[in-house]
Design a protein. Structure first.
Lengths: 155, 155, 155
């Protein structure tokens, strides 16, 4: 069967997990926008202090770090450190033709733990909780990359 | 036809858009280098203050934030938040076999709005202009990811 | 032959280089964790100052920038600026069916120079050394992207 066909359940599993993670990352950009509007601050560029329709009364403090905005930026950076590599590793992994149940456990497991990590970070849980929810995703990344590496070296 | 052949106009469209966006991101690294040399500052690592051939007269201020360098770093970070996900979403999207005109509108439209966003950010236009040029790209990302997700769920 | 088969030496070359680079990026997350534990600091979120099992005696200074942790964060950011684009560009490049020796030189050459760049950054070598080891990887990225772009435009 065509490896990249959506009729191939392995590839369909990858596409579902990958699109959800892309949407998650894009959502962080919009959440940053929402919180900048709510806080009316947390901006980053000097030009954001110009008087415009959306910022009728600029104040220098709008360029200061805003806790609510900065939390989303940290979550976003954590996504940038993880999701692009998940998108690549998951793709290489499904191309090695693993069993479907293993692919589902790893790919959907990654999605679930990343969403749980997001909730824990957003609601400022203890570092331990955050670490506990970040770790499985990172181990899945390592597992899938090693799996692909070994398959390619042994081919 | 082979989905990943350049003879396939859908895939060729993706490759053109993707390579342009990769080159755009890489160009930000070089632009950072150029501006660090012009400003003779905006460095980030303590060791960059050592006296060397390219930095014959080091000064502590070289580690301070330099506005011209920092602007490129912000643009670069914005690229990191967007382009890797475009590269993945565009790939998944063309694999669902959409119509060629739709693929061209979305993929080339993304490239054009990202380049316009870059110019607006580089020249410090109002936040509104920047937001207006960032939004279409983000909506295209969301559209392509949802499209791939729905296709995979319905397969 | 199936372009995405590991029996295809071009694709196997890509998978080896790509998985090594994914593992490299993931290793930076773990190295950050190791150094945060060693320094007992370099944290980023206010909630990391709560008294917990792993942080029995919190101090406000734990949120200050820690040189040893921050170095890894800078290396990690440099990876984010480079590796996702390598993963995409290398994939597009091998799909254009280049000669195997060229693919091996570029893909393995990228891996080797990135690892050397990591060592130079980690051990705080002069900026010149770091730049010298960063440049080949960036040129390889540009070469592979231009190659794919020209192949797609000429198809």
């Amino acid at each position: 069967m065509d490896k990249l066909s959506l009729q191939n359940p392995l590839f369909a599993t990858y596409v579902i997990a990958a699109s959800l993670m892309i949407l998650k990352a894009v959502a962080m950009s919009w959440l940053t926008v929402v919180r900048m509007m709510q806080s009316n601050g947390g901006f980053r560029s000097p030009e954001d202090l110009r008087q415009t329709l959306f910022n009728p009364t600029p104040r220098p403090e709008q360029l200061a770090i805003d806790d609510r905005v900065d939390r989303i930026r940290r979550i976003h950076l954590n996504d940038l450190e993880n999701l692009p590599f998940f998108l690549a590793a998951g793709f290489l992994f499904v191309l090695t033709d693993p069993s479907l149940w293993l692919a589902r456990v790893l790919l959907y497991g990654y999605v679930v733990t990343r969403l749980a990590h997001f909730v824990a970070y957003l609601t400022a849980r203890d570092h331990e909780t955050r670490a506990l929810l970040w770790t499985p995703g990172s181990l899945i990344l390592i597992f899938m990359s090693c799996w692909a590496l070994i398959a390619a070296l042994g081919a």
